[in-house]
Write a protein that binds this ligand. Structure first.
Ligand code: SF4
Length: 154
């Protein structure tokens, strides 16, 4: 039986990235096939109501945890705070995970929604989680990034 895994939709080659450029990750597709996993595609930013393409966003300070707590903002390149949309997208993604019985998520590193180990504060890369990653982690969904697939040991 295939194991359902929530996957950042952009890694599967869907048109969800902020710049509307398709970037399918062969390493992720191979990993899913090799481990008998069924990808459940999910894009938190689209689920939160943001358009594709859209201006990129970065954290004012802190990371996804701070945004969920109301302690940080997420500004796009036009200077607009989009924290509300990111929080909605995280909640919707959690619903998708619950509906599809995903206890594992494979997410895109460095994204303000999906980042697993690092995200951007302005132009600076810092250690931290995206907003969706933070919320899924709080609900006991195990998280992998496309950059640490070798850590997977079932
Ligand atoms: S929000 Fe996540 S799934 Fe959507 S484009 Fe960004 S990294 Fe990919």
């Amino acid at each position: 039986m295939l194991r359902p895994v929530l996957v950042s939709a952009c890694l599967l080659g869907l048109n969800t990235r902020y710049n509307a450029k398709i970037k399918k990750c062969a390493k992720v597709i191979n990993f899913l096939e090799k481990n008998n996993m069924l990808p459940i595609p999910c894009c938190p930013e689209q689920l939160g109501g943001l358009a594709t393409p859209r201006p990129s966003c970065s954290f004012s300070h802190g990371d996804g945890e701070a945004v969920l707590n109301g302690d940080a903002k997420l500004f796009n390149t036009n200077g607009e705070n989009k924290a509300e949309q990111f929080i909605l997208g995280a909640k919707q993604s959690l619903e998708v995970a619950k509906l599809s019985q995903c206890t594992l998520a494979l997410l895109k590193e460095r994204s303000p929604s999906c980042g697993v180990h690092s995200v951007y504060q302005g132009t600076q890369l810092i250690a931290g989680k995206g907003v969706t990653t933070a919320l899924l982690s709080q609900h006991e969904v195990h998280i992998l990034s496309e950059e640490n697939l070798d850590d997977w040991n079932n």
